[in-house]
Ligand binder design. Structure first.
Ligand code: AP5
Length: 213
């Protein structure tokens, strides 16, 4: 199963990607997670960290390199769930080239109203150690720290209001054109993602269509 999840910040890509990856027994590949876990010890990775902090896109050549390396690992043999990649038309073209004849099964686009996006992102917290994601209202931790490892929960640096606004602007200008791109390729299904995590997952699963092979 080779899936791409598309959607604005806070639309639930990461949450649904995790559920899909468990369901299909394939890895979740989040470019946001991969990029955040890189150290800033080379000029290229330092530049990437500056883009993350500003809420702008990391240059295509850096992200494509990171994804190419990740897709080359053997655990992707049965497929993957790409969460947050591609985000530009050149990235989508690079992915097509990387996958060759295997191609994608489908692309799911999550849509959520802007006020709900702000609510989700401003309430998100993540574990400072294992990065498990929570939400103050919708998915709170049982105790003070992380349910898994007990570490402190922190707010992502790019979940501040000004950076959220910038990320939404960047999504509209750079990533929305992919909706047209993937629709033209016959791969796109739109999933209204405004319900609970469980109800969105039911709709997400219903939208997954394996490509004929
Ligand atoms: P990335 O980490 O991918 O962030 P994003 O796309 O902005 O998406 P988010 O992680 O904020 O949201 P999500 O849609 O995954 O929602 P989530 O499930 O977490 O990218 C960060 C940065 O990295 C970018 O700005 C860029 O700089 C760089 N980058 C990454 N990929 C790149 C690329 N391809 N090219 C260039 N640069 C790239 O949910 C959010 C919250 O809502 C959580 O608290 C969750 O618990 C809650 N929630 C989820 N679903 C529901 C629901 N149904 N109901 C209620 N709450 C819900």
């Amino acid at each position: 199963m080779r899936l791409v999840l598309l959607g604005p910040p806070g639309s639930g890509k990461g949450t649904q990607a995790d559920l899909l990856a468990r369901k299909f027994g394939v890895p979740q590949i989040s470019t946001g997670v991969l990029l955040r876990s890189q150290s800033a010890d080379t000029p290229l990775s330092a530049a990437a960290q500056r883009h993350l902090a500003a809420g702008t896109l990391v240059p295509d050549e850096i992200v494509v390199g990171v994804v190419a390396e990740r897709l080359a690992r053997p655990d992707t043999a049965a497929g993957f769930v790409l969460d947050g990649f591609p985000r530009t038309v050149p990235q989508a073209e690079a992915l097509t080239e990387l996958l060759g004849s295997a191609g994608l099964d489908c692309v799911l686009e999550f849509t959520v109203p802007p006020d709900e996006i702000v609510r989700r992102l401003s309430g998100r917290r993540e574990c400072g150690a294992c990065r498990r994601s929570y939400h103050l209202e919708f998915n709170p931790a049982r105790a003070d720290g992380c349910d898994d490892c007990g570490s402190e929960l922190v707010q992502r640096a790019d979940d501040q209001p000004a950076t959220i606004a910038e990320r939404l602007k960047v999504y509209a200008s750079e990533t929305l054109p992919l909706v047209v791109y993937f629709r033209a390729a016959g791969l796109l299904t739109t999933v209204p993602a405004n319900g609970s995590v469980d109800s969105v997952f039911v709709q997400t699963l219903a939208a997954v269509r394996p490509a004929p092979r």
